[in-house]
Each structure stands twice: as C-alpha cells, then as structure tokens.
Design a protein around this ligand. Structure first.
Ligand SMILES: [Zn+2]
Length: 387
C-alpha cells in the first residue's frame, strides 16, 4: 500500500515556489499533480483584466453529488521583505527545531497543504470516492489587488453549474493556539468623504464668507456622537472612524471654500451598505440644520458584512477541532476582510487554518506539530461531513 504525502512535504513543495503575487512559480502545478493523482478533475483558469497581471487559478473536484464541501484558499504570498533578515531562506522550506519556515507557511500554503493531505488520506481510506463531492478552489490573486482571483473563479464555477454546500477557507484564523478560533464572518467596510461647502473670503471680513472649517469640526463630532449600533449576537458594535481632515489651504488670511474629511466604517449585520449609508446621511442632515451645506461622497466597496450563523456546520467543524485539540473554539467575527466574503454569497463558509501570529512577517513559520493537528482536524471534518 502506498502512503499519501504528509502535509509537511506538500507545504515544503509549495513554499519552494516563490509565488509572490502575481507570480505562480509552479505552486498550482504542485496541487494539480497531487489532486489529479487522487482522481480529481482539475481545471486551470486564467483571468485577465486591463491594467493588471493575468492570474492563474485552480478548481478541482471529485464526486458529482451533494453534499459538496469546498476547501478554498490562495497560493500567492506577500513579498519576503529583507531576504537577509530571514533565519532560514524565505523560499527554502527549511525545518529547524520542529518549525517550518517560509513565506506562506501560515498564510496560507501550510493550510492548503493540510487540506490536501487530509483529503488524500480520507479518499485512500474510503475507496477513493467521497459520499458527495470535495473541491478545491485555489487562487493566485488574494494578497494584492485580488481582481483576477476568487470573485471571478466563483462566477466561472457558477456558470459551469457548480453548487457548493459548505466551504472552509484555510486562512490562519487562530490567534495563539491551534483550535482557539473559527472565523464565522467579518464586518463590512465602507469608506466615504464628508464634504462641506463654504464661501471663500478674507479672514478680516468673515461676514462676507462662510467658513467650512468649524462646520466640518461640528459635523465630525456629530457623526461620532451616537454609536451606529450596540453590537449584535455575532458582532462587535460598528464603528465610524474619521481618518483625515483636508482643507488644503496654504494661506492663513483666506477662509477656504471647502473642507473635506475622509472616514471608514466597519459595520456589522445590523446594516447593509444601503441602510448604513442612509443612516449616516440622515444624521448628517440633522446635524447640518438649515445652515451648513454638506454631503458625502461614498467610495465603492466590495466588502459587505457576512456571517455564517452558528449551527450544524459550525458545530461539525467545532467537534472536529475539539477532538484533536480538546479546545472549544471561539466563533469570531473580528479582524479585516478576506476572500470568505465573496464565497459567503454562494454557500456557508468558515475560516479555519493555522495560527496567524507570524503572517506577513520576517521568519514566517509554523510548528510542524500544528500541520499535523490541522490535518487531523480537516480529516475529522471530512469523516463527519460524509458520514
Ligand atoms: Zn491569506
């Protein structure tokens, strides 16, 4: 009987491909070879967009029926930074003192390696076929502009009639120890610019001018006065943060014609982008009264709030985690955005991977024992999912 490759050996093969976005450097070939060997139908799909680099993506599936569990992730990585500062080469895949070093070790070639190792092992132990379908949705475009990656790959899959029931994104969700955190959602993000129009004039004749500077200060205070909400069952309160005030006035003796202030809102599931904008504009109108002339220019956003409510799927993943780690993971919705927000439009999705502490840092690394644990957890998920 031939044994299936370990997560460590797969992770090392992936780490040795310097796939800094938009380069692939052979990373998807590593996955294609392994998945084809296990009976997956593998598609390589290249997406283009004027002004951006073409990006290679991979979609692989085994089985034709439901339930359909998808593992999603990205093989691209951020640049290593100062290469000489690394203890072990950023693309060497070295193991030292039980630690696997390399750019992407935790974010997220290590996570993908565990999902592949668990799947190959599961298939080998179950006659080579799942009682349903397993797929891998892997992009090479997550860390940079992310326009030729998951969004387009999901559309491509939907056009082919692919339907996912559940998805696990192997991003490094854990904060300190493997098993401490499953991400079940993320807040949305919406940016805007508050613009106050005044009337330009000489500072010595203020009655002939209208100064937008004190007015924008007043409006900033007013928009921060009342919380947007008090949080929800799964989310912390939404927050609106002003990030700059811009008048651009080089003179001290001229009242400027306009003042602008940039802000960003991180919002929870009390809001949609539309209701959130309406709420902020309503408060702005109230704060302006009849005197102040102000409006908001909203910037485009593709970061909507999403949440997979605790239920059968989160319980199943939690049980697999508890079996391996003896921990009950926290179901968390904190932190920034990820590709899971796009997947959430198609199926229930959670993020669970390695420990995120060293992601994007010099000497990014993971204990090899964490690779073994994560592989065992994914293996337990597959066992329960296709029971
Ligand atoms: Zn990542």
């Amino acid at each position: 009987m031939t044994s299936t490759p370990t997560a460590l050996s797969i992770a090392q093969d992936l780490l040795r491909c310097p796939s800094v976005t938009p380069a692939d450097a052979g990373a998807l070939d590593v996955l294609e070879t392994l998945l084809k060997g296990a009976g997956f139908t593998v598609h390589r799909v290249t997406f283009s967009e004027p002004g951006t680099a073409d990006i290679d993506n991979l979609y692989a599936r085994i089985g034709n029926t439901s339930p359909h569990l998808c593992f999603a992730g990205h093989t691209d990585v951020v640049p290593p930074g100062d290469a000489s500062a690394w203890t072990h080469g950023a693309f060497a895949g070295d193991v030292a003192d039980g630690l696997l070093y390399g750019r992407g070790a935790v974010d997220m070639k290590g996570g993908i390696a565990c999902a592949v190792a668990a799947t190959l092992d599961y298939l080998a132990a179950n006659g080579g076929q799942p009682k349903g379908s397993i797929s891998f949705l892997i992009t090479g475009d997550e860390e940079d502009v992310a326009v030729n990656g998951t969004v387009k790959l999901l559309q491509w899959a939907a056009e082919r009639g692919e339907q996912f029931d559940h998805c696990i994104v192997g991003e490094p969700s854990n904060v300190e120890t493997i098993g401490d955190t499953i991400k079940i959602g993320r807040r949305g993000s919406q940016s805007g610019v508050l613009i106050v129009d005044g009337v330009q004039g000489h500072v010595a004749y203020p009655h002939r001018a209208a100064n937008p500077v004190p007015d924008i200060a007043k409006l900033i205070t007013a928009l921060n006065d009342e919380p947007l909400d008090h949080g929800s069952a799964q989310f912390q309160p939404s927050n609106l943060e002003f990030t700059s005030v811009d008048v651009g006035n080089p003179a001290t003796n001229v009242i400027p014609a306009q003042a602008r202030a940039k802000f960003n809102i991180r919002f929870n599931d009390h809001h949609t982008q539309e209701t959130l904008k309406a709420l902020v504009e309503h408060r702005l109108v109230a704060a302006c009264g009849n005197r102040i002339r102000a409006h908001i220019e909203w910037l485009p956003s593709n970061a909507d709030v999403f949440v997979t409510k605790p239920g059968a799927f989160t319980d199943l993943v939690g049980a697999a985690i508890a079996e391996v780690t003896r921990r009950t993971p926290e179901l968390n919705t904190g932190g920034g955005t990820s590709d899971a927000r796009f997947i959430a439009k198609y199926c229930q999705v959670v993020e669970f991977g390695l420990v995120g502490q060293t992601m994007h840092q010099i000497d990014e690394r993971t204990p090899v024992s964490d690779l073994d644990k994560l592989t065992a957890i994914y293996r337990g998920v597959l066992e329960r999912y296709f029971k």
